[in-house]
Design a protein around this ligand. Structure first.
Ligand code: CMP
Length: 144
């Protein structure tokens, strides 16, 4: 089973229960979860690839404005499946094209877009390590 990192962002933390129901209904297993308040340094490290983007400082201020809920999700092709359930990064596009998606339902702007998902299996590995450095993620069931 593939794993991916999901983050419920500060503007959607009040809807975390509803979002977790959507995650389970979509067939994911929640392998780990951790509620954390990121420091500016941690948020800047996590989003380092965006450091030259015009929205970077807004993104860092937003992601450190309150607690986030980080989760490791497991499912066949989890990276792609979670991004599909999330909807497009742009909330306006999500509302237009995927009104049932998490970002359409709980996002409030392109920055405050409710939740994050890793963009590849490689990013997922790095991002999971970032939030869960002390955890060994054993497969729940394995044919080996
Ligand atoms: P996320 O999937 O967490 O990855 C990078 C984040 O940067 C993204 O979600 C948004 O919160 C933010 N972001 C991406 N593109 C834009 C944009 N065009 N304007 C404002 N914020 C953005």
């Amino acid at each position: 089973m593939e794993k991916t990192l999901a983050i419920i962002k500060p503007n959607a933390i009040a809807n975390a229960e509803e979002i977790e129901k959507m995650i389970i209904k979509d067939g994911f297993t929640i392998v780990q979860r951790r509620r954390v308040l990121l420091s500016k340094e941690q948020a800047m490290e996590f989003y380092a690839e965006h450091r030259d983007k015009p929205f970077f400082s807004d993104l860092i201020n937003f992601m450190t404005s309150g607690p986030v809920l980080a989760m490791v999700l497991s499912k066949d092709r989890a990276v792609r499946a979670w991004r599909r359930l999330l909807g497009p990064t742009s909330v306006a596009a999500a509302i237009k094209k995927h009104p049932d998606s998490i970002r359409a339902r709980f996002g409030s702007s392109d920055t405050e877009n409710a939740a994050h998902g890793s963009d590849s299996a490689e990013s997922a590995e790095r991002e999971i390590r970032f939030f869960f450095p002390d955890v060994t993620l054993y497969p729940i069931l394995s044919g080996m």
